[in-house]
Design a protein around this ligand. Sequence first.
Ligand code: ZN
Length: 287
Amino acid sequence: MIWQYLPVVMVAVAAPLAYKAKFLDLSGVVFAAVLGLIVGLSLGPLMLAVLLLFLVMNSIFTRLDYVNKALKGAAEPKGGVRTWRSVMANGLVAAVFATLEKIHPGTVFEIGFLGSIAVASADTMSTEIGLLSLRKPRMITNFRVTEPGTSGAITGLGVLGGVLGALIISAVGLLFLHYSINIADPRHSYALVVTTTSSIGGAGMFALIVAVGGVFGSFVDSFLGGTLQGRFVCATCGTRTERAVHCGARATRLSGLRFLDNDTVNVLAVAAGAAFASSLYLLLKPF
Ligand SMILES: [Zn+2]
């Protein structure tokens, strides 16, 4: 019983802390609390803990060397405080997969849920760690050297950061999935998962599926960012920008699709990684 309502307590404790620590602004906290409740009540407190772990990691890496990145002009605006847009871009797909798992239990959507967090984690870590690279990044499409912070720009260090980000979530996610199924949550009784996560090889496959989904999604993010994402030039001040509106006016489109901004690309990439992880699981299910 207590286990069931623990997510409510966790959200009630974490939300004010995230606000106080300036991880999120007020709009971000409200949206994160709603998404957190959906995830916690659908998948249990341990999966909610994976989401919280992502939020903490995300915030720490965003602040890593913030001043240096601000000088390069590539830092997140507002000192790294995330708004509701960023919360939705990273968490919407996770909430959808959590709800699907609740409606249709069987682990496949839970793997997709973990895959979505792995994408978000890989994205954040590849971006934040990649910006620390001493070498200039190259475009994922034609490998031409470009400016740091450009959508679709990648560095070796960034790719490594992304793989690390996906691996951390997949390892923790696997551990928690194992425990939430085995001991804590009587709702789960999937003999298959218990047996496979109990063997080293099976556990490795679980973790690999989530991590591969995460890295896949992160590459989708870079690729869409380098191709279809809208690029604009401001008619007022002449700045080249990824925002469709600049200086309070509609900016002129240089390339890409007008409606496809950074956050939309993010949602699509996270969805692609989650779907990829779920599909891999279905494909390899018996291992
Ligand atoms: Zn402007």
